[in-house]
Design a protein around this ligand. Structure first.
Ligand SMILES: Cc1cc2nc3c(=O)[nH]c(=O)nc-3n(C[C@H](O)[C@H](O)[C@H](O)COP(=O)(O)O)c2cc1C
Length: 246
């Protein structure tokens, strides 16, 4: 066989071998250990999750959202996406101005509200409780595990199962001192009003995302506070379960 032919055959063999090795690296080995169902990265207590940028335009008008807003207590059990969670938290308390102004009004711009995400079924967020940090649009983990059932038990009345059935719950608390320092006793009233503004934003955002939600006011404040690991000076005001409509 001429030398040229031998060299060509060797080059072809080397190339075919190289391509085969590259492909074997790319194609997953089916005989390997089964991939864990739960591939979600687990966040430690104190760890942060950067939320995706919210969108600032939607498909439905304010008028349509207002006319469609209803309290929804039956959910499908399907996951929410991290984008939907980001959008809901931004609607409640997101930063919308260079000086720190937010989506909801606040007496004296003192911002007494704190929000907790109780994550159950969310793609990209492991189960647990997280404090929403509006300035960074981030979540900070404060508790591990699925606490929706515990939260539902803290709710009063026989029919508060929706707290457990929802993909997430948003817990609203207020630090009255942030507002009473300027407005004295009136500041308590102001902070409670502000929870109403923020909750209505979540209702309207949920309509726009075709999700269901309801405000829950009937619960033991002490129990809710303990369940989400809230600080001593925080006062729980609302729980909002959110899920895909069932
Ligand atoms: C301050 C307040 C507290 C509420 N608490 C609860 C509650 O604990 N559980 C619940 O299922 N719904 C609760 N709701 C929702 C009301 O039941 C609901 O808004 C009412 O039935 C009117 O229905 P709509 O929201 O669909 O218009 C509460 C609403 C408000 C404003």
């Amino acid at each position: 066989m001429p030398t040229k032919t031998i060299i060509s055959v060797v080059i072809v063999i080397v190339l075919v071998t190289a391509i085969a090795i590259s492909l074997s690296l790319l194609i997953p080995d089916k005989t390997a250990e089964p991939v864990e169902e739960e591939t979600m990265q687990k966040i430690e207590i104190g760890g942060r999750i950067k939320l995706p940028e919210p969108r600032y335009a939607g498909n439905i008008s304010v008028e349509e959202a207002l006319s469609k807003r209803r309290s929804i207590r039956a959910y499908s059990g399907d996951n929410l996406t991290i984008e939907e969670v980001s959008q809901l938290l931004w609607a409640a308390q997101g930063i919308t101005s260079p000086w720190g102004g937010r989506t909801a009004p606040s007496a004296g711009a003192l911002y007494p509200l704190e929000l907790y995400l109780v994550a159950g079924d969310v793609e990209g967020i492991d189960k647990g409780a997280y404090r929403y940090r509006p300035e960074e649009h981030e979540l900070e983990k404060v508790k591990d595990g699925d606490i929706r059932a515990e939260l539902a038990e803290a709710a009063l009345g026989p029919n508060q199962e929706h707290v457990k059935d929802a993909a997430i719950d948003i817990v609203f608390t207020a630090v009255y001192e942030r507002t009473t320092v300027k407005y004295k006793e009136r500041g308590i009233r102001y902070a409670r009003m502000e929870a109403g503004h923020a909750a209505q934003n979540v209702y309207l955002q949920a309509v726009s995302l075709d999700l269901g939600t309801v405000v829950i006011g009937a619960f033991s404040e002490d129990k809710v506070k303990e369940i989400v690991n809230a600080e001593e000076q925080e006062n729980p005001l609302y729980i909002m379960p959110v899920g895909r409509k069932g």
